[in-house]
Write a protein that binds this ligand. Sequence first.
Ligand code: ZN
Ligand code: ZN
Ligand code: FE
Length: 758
Amino acid sequence: MAKPNTKSVKIKITGIVQGVGFRPHVYRLAQETRVRGWVLNSSEGVYIEAEGLEEQVSLFCRLLVENPPPLAVIKDCHIEEQRPKGYKEFVIKESRAEKYKTAMISPDIAVCQDCISEVSNPLDRRYGYPFTNCTNCGPRFTIIKDVPYDREKTTMASFPMCEECQKEFEDPSHRRFHAQPNACPKCGPQMQVVDPEGRVFEVKPVGILRAGKILAVKGLGGFHLAVDATNPDAVARLRERKKREAKPFAVMARDLDVVRKYCYVNEKEAFWLTSPQAPIVILKRKQEAFLPDDVIHPGISTMGVMLPYTPLHFLLFDRNIELLIMTSANIADEPLIIDNAEALEKLKDVADFFLVHNREIYNPCDDSVLRITACGDVQFYRRARGFVPRGLEVPLGSKPVLAVGGEIKNTFCLTRNNEAYLSQHLGDLNHYLNFQRFQEAVERFTRMIGVCPQVVAHDMHPNYQSTLWAKQQKDLHRVEVQHHHAHLASCMAENQLKGEVLGVICDGTGWGTDGAVWGMEVLQGGYEGFKRRGHLRYVPLAGGDATVKKPWRMAFIYLWDVFGEKALELADEWWAGFEQEERKILAMQLHKGINLVPTSSCGRLFDAVSAFLGVCYFNRYEGQAAIELEEKIDGLERGLYPYQLEKTGDCWIMDVRPMWKALVRDREKQMPERAMAARFHRTLVSMLLEVVARVGEETGIEGVVLSGGSFHNQFLLSELKQGLEELGFKVYHQTKVPPSDGGLALGQAVVAQALSSK
Ligand code: ZN
Ligand code: ZN
Ligand code: FE
């Protein structure tokens, strides 16, 4: 029988409480406060029953909430008093599967300091062991097949723990108490170095890198290609072998000091580099630091840098190797490679050696990429490892929605009540293998989050793979969401906004309600709908994809738009001999008006100006021309070009023809491209400011959201934000999901929530 002054409570905790050492933490707290009872991990969250003296139980409850383990996120803690049950001790109970899964799965977590100390201590039994982890760090999302999170439900199930590991696992006072992926050299996964024929080599990975060889490395969420970044020949060979690839390579630095040697690092950047999420952070590089720049990051002054995030990565560095190219190992636009055999097959002409291991990657996951913006906030380029599948709180709740996202940079989004779960980056769905992985990921994510979607939301574009797929889901209620409306809603949702806002959407391509290709839009609206209140004046987009890949075509289209036939003379004078034949065909097409789609794309305008100034004629990766144009901005130039605003109905048309005339004059005067690039950027900002100011006056709306891929442009983002704030607007942008199509699904999801809850 329980003593008379015994208090007993029942506690339910939800949030990120699995795979973050929550139960051992509860157990230790129970020991410290001398309460009795039990703790249980279920797929709904953590359940606890605790009893003891009144003060002990209150202290226990207080510490539980106030001092959660470092990686836990408590969303809700429900405490209910109950009749004492007379527990004699505190125990950890077996997991049980629940009907409703509301527990959240933790993202993968970068290796912790304690584990690193062990791995680097020659006397430790885990010395040099690449799969060392504990409750505070290690693989999670990438190895989890189902909830609740237990070893049997992960890809570690095939590695029974040895006696010593089992002891740690069962010892409540140990850092590895209930660390599901716990492993050691005796019982855990093993790595191997093999050549393209699969022959095993007894060499250290770092030795291969020191010799300037290309090493394919199986990491946490997929394969990387690694090569010594300070070795120009080796880097050039990698670039060569990865054919057609012009994208800047990301690098991994041995430690923060090495990062500082090559790049400028402020406090916030250092925080993210060393965070448990360990993303790639885009940094300004130091000009004086010698690196084979042209091959690592051609045409740009920034560099994507990350730090080693698993013990395996630490084995790639030594005194001589301090900076490695670490680029995702995939062929062209295919998905990230995750499987040993597939790597050997697909990378046999790229990698000299392979560092492989026998722990299966279940959920492929790229590195996340972010930057600290000129405004001092985080901006995501890619949200994946370290962040997925963490949920985002959204202002509405309704039936479960599956939003399937866009086409390139696809992510999808699942909602469960007022939480939205954005998937990892899945790439370009136009590629069949990516599309296959998309379908697989939808199925796995749905199971993991434990929802059965009732509504499917998709883009208006009739030919997106995601749209076609959504239309096949006959059992689901279908909601079509306009692309830029989704961008607006995405920014609203992550900022927890409700009601109506104005949205400045600066974007590449999105299907408009009138069948045109939209891109630079001023919208007025909320989750349930929108009105188009402003847009860039249409120009004819001839030859869609070809023009996206060839910015010079867009420059010619704009010149044609302003000067008509005379554009040919101008072009012949400036670009004599360059793509002359194709230009003639393009002119003919424009002349006859064949296959022209009107467009207000912001991305295409950037492309056109970039090519016009001779900065970039071909987009060899998405956004290249715009990125390189931004690089050219002369910070001291204050000039502006003229533009015209015209109102049609209640929509402001932004006409940049006067700007193009001025650009041509400046060019004829041989004004430096840097000055013209600056003037162009300033013109866009002031034109948008004017339109928003007018619509703001007409509507009285004070909140403005900024979204769309062009907001990766730091000048546009910071100048527009500042300008709008000076006009008295409250400005929001995206700091939790990418402003580009990588964040589109979140917007689609909340729009569908709003429309289907009516
Ligand atoms: Zn650890
Ligand atoms: Zn072991
Ligand atoms: Fe977009």
